[in-house]
Design a binder for this molecule. Structure first.
Ligand SMILES: [Ca+2]
Ligand SMILES: [Ca+2]
Ligand SMILES: [Ca+2]
Ligand SMILES: [Ca+2]
Length: 315
């Protein structure tokens, strides 16, 4: 019986190997991932073409009607709108270079109103309404109510978040409102001085070769937004704001892990794994600034120095 089974197993295995080989011969070649540098250039050309042929609802912002929602609308310059100013000629449009995956990408930021509040950093949380669209004017996302973004959360597998680096890099150029009031029905109205803007971005700072259900691969994107509020994040509550836990200054906090325990510093309550919590190895001053003591003077602050008592007697 056993031999029979073995024989059958061998035969089946051989058949499956043969059929695998057959499949391999006829398999479609996987599409090679495009070169990031070349795609950045192609996307920039597409973005410029869009900016040359589209305008935004400038008049609505210049003379806001009562109840105006301060949402940006784009349309193509044609027909009745032939005399509109192309976005590329708007004084409110600026560019910013953002490096990712060793490629410099250009994003275009339309700053209609900066917003009076504190600007977020790349590692903070922001509260906004937003609308995302493709260059063909298809809108793939549009919030009905303001929503929070945890910007570093966009880089973790378990929390894909917005996954759009360029949106973060645009929002850091804006501030939220000076305050808000709570209405009788408990809804919130933000003071009318919040940030309003848009960003036009290449696929290399968004989904690149990974399509979503509604965004094809290699799609440049447009996000317009109303930024209401900003929260400085200290994800691990160790007293060090998350943006200061980006030790290599590449604007990604997920890749800084001093003690190599796979928990990045911005989520690690004991960054050097010496058994003393980071919050007990730093000094938060009355004005909110932070001092990083370095007991043995070796240039490594105590909270990152697993052996800060080493050589301390020789000093
Ligand atoms: Ca922290
Ligand atoms: Ca980093
Ligand atoms: Ca760690
Ligand atoms: Ca420690």
């Amino acid at each position: 019986m056993k031999l029979n089974n073995l024989f059958i197993l061998i035969v089946l295995t051989s058949i499956s190997l043969i059929s695998c080989k057959k499949d391999d011969d006829t398999a479609v070649e996987p599409i090679p991932v495009r070169d990031r540098g070349e795609q950045a250039i192609a996307d920039d050309e597409a973005l410029i073409a869009y900016l040359q042929t589209h305008f935004y609802n400038e008049e609505d912002f210049q003379n806001p009607s009562e109840g105006f929602d301060y949402k940006i609308k784009f349309d193509s310059i044609a027909g009745d709108n032939s005399d509109k100013t192309p976005l590329i000629d708007s004084e409110l449009l600026s560019t910013k270079m953002v490096t990712r995956n060793e490629v410099e990408h250009k994003i275009y930021i339309l700053k209609i109103r900066e917003g009076v509040g504190t600007h977020p950093t790349f590692a903070d949380s922001t509260f906004q309404n937003y609308r995302g669209e493709l260059l063909n004017e298809f809108s793939f996302d549009n919030t009905a109510n303001p929503t929070w973004f945890d910007h570093p959360g966009t880089f973790t597998q378990s929390n894909p978040g917005i996954a759009v680096v360029a949106l973060t890099e645009a929002l850091v150029e804006f501030g939220g409102a000076s305050g808000f009031s709570i209405n009788n029905d408990n809804s919130v109205t933000f003071n009318n001085d919040f940030g309003v803007g848009a960003v036009f971005l290449p696929s290399g700072l968004a989904y690149f070769n990974s399509p979503t259900a509604t965004i094809p691969a290699y799609s440049p994107l447009i996000f317009s937004f109303q930024l209401y509020s900003v929260n400085q994040a200290d994800h691990d509550q160790d007293g060090i704001p998350s943006y200061l836990e980006d030790l290599d200054n590449d604007r990604i906090v997920a890749n800084d892990d001093s003690d190599e325990d796979t928990i990045p510093n911005y989520l690690d309550v004991d960054d050097d794994n010496d058994g003393t919590l980071t919050k007990d190895e730093i000094t938060v001053n009355e004005d909110g600034s932070i001092t990083f003591p370095d007991r043995n003077g070796n240039g490594i602050p105590n909270y990152l120095d697993e052996d800060e008592f080493e050589n301390v007697n020789e000093l």
